[in-house]
Design a protein around this ligand. Structure first.
Ligand code: SAM
Length: 193
C-alpha cells in the first residue's frame, strides 16, 4: 500500500495539469480550483490527490466517476485501476476530456455524456465510486451500484459547503461512513441537487 501511494504521488507530480485546460493554463500551477468554462472547474490538485489516495484504488478496481470535467481526476483513477466509467453532463467538456485522455494513451476509460446523478447501472457493480460534484444527499442508486467491499467518495451538503464523505460497503452490505473534511464543489445536477 505504501508503494501504491508513493506511485500515485509520483504520477500526480508528473501529471501536467495544463494539458487538461484550454484557457488560463498559466494558472495551472496554483493549488486552487480553476474555471474550465460552462460554470465548471478543474479541481484543486491537492484535493484530487487526497481523494485518489483515500479511495484506495486496486489494480483490479472497476471505478465509476461522476463528473468527468476536464479529465484530470479521471487520468489518475485510470492509471491505478483496471477500468474507469466516467460520466459528464456537459457535451463540450465530455468531448474535450475524451479527446485528451485518448491522446494521453488511455484505453481503459469508458465515457458517457449523460446525467450521472443516478450512476451507470449497466456496468454495475463498481469497486470504487468517486463523485466530483456536490450532492444534497448520497444517491441511493450509487449505494446500490457499489460492490460488496467497495468504497465511495462523495461531497454531500449545501451548494456552499459540503462534507467529503468516504463510504464503505461491508461484507454484510452495511454502509459505514467517515467524514474526511469540509469541501466546496460545484453542484451535482439532476435528481439529488
Ligand atoms: N474532477 C474534475 C476535474 O478535475 O476536471 C472536475 C469536476 S467538476 C468540479 C464537476 C463536474 O461534474 C463538472 O464537469 C460538471 O459538469 C459535472 N456534473 C455535475 N452534475 C453532473 C451530473 N448530474 N452528471 C454528470 N456530471 C455532472
Amino acid at each position: 500500500m505504501i508503494n501504491q501511494n508513493e506511485d500515485i504521488i509520483t504520477y500526480f507530480k508528473k501529471l501536467d495539469r495544463s494539458f487538461f485546460m484550454e484557457e488560463l493554463k498559466e494558472f495551472a500551477f496554483l493549488d486552487e480550483a480553476i474555471p474550465i468554462g460552462h460554470e465548471q472547474t478543474i479541481s484543486q490538485p491537492s484535493l484530487v490527490l487526497e481523494m485518489t489516495l483515500a479511495i484506495d484504488l486496486q489494480p483490479d478496481s472497476k471505478v465509476l466517476e461522476i463528473g468527468t470535467g476536464s479529465g484530470y481526476q479521471t487520468a489518475l483513477l485510470a492509471a491505478f485501476s483496471d477500468s474507469v466509467y466516467t460520466i459528464e453532463r456537459i457535451a463540450p467538456l465530455h468531448e474535450r476530456a475524451k479527446e485528451r485522455l485518448k491522446k494521453a494513451g488511455f484505453s481503459n476509460i469508458h465515457f458517457k455524456l449523460d446525467d450521472g446523478s443516478t450512476g451507470w447501472e449497466k456496468h454495475a457493480p463498481y469497486n470504487r465510486i468517486m463523485v466530483t460534484a456536490a450532492a444534497a444527499q448520497v444517491p441511493p442508486e450509487l449505494i446500490d451500484q457499489l460492490a460488496i467491499g467497495g468504497k465511495m467518495i462523495i461531497p454531500v451538503g449545501t451548494p456552499l459547503l459540503q462534507e467529503l464523505l468516504l463510504l464503505k460497503k461491508d461484507e454484510d452490505g452495511e454502509i459505514r461512513t467517515t467524514v474526511l473534511e469540509d469541501v466546496r464543489f460545484v453542484p451535482l445536477k439532476g435528481k439529488y441537487e
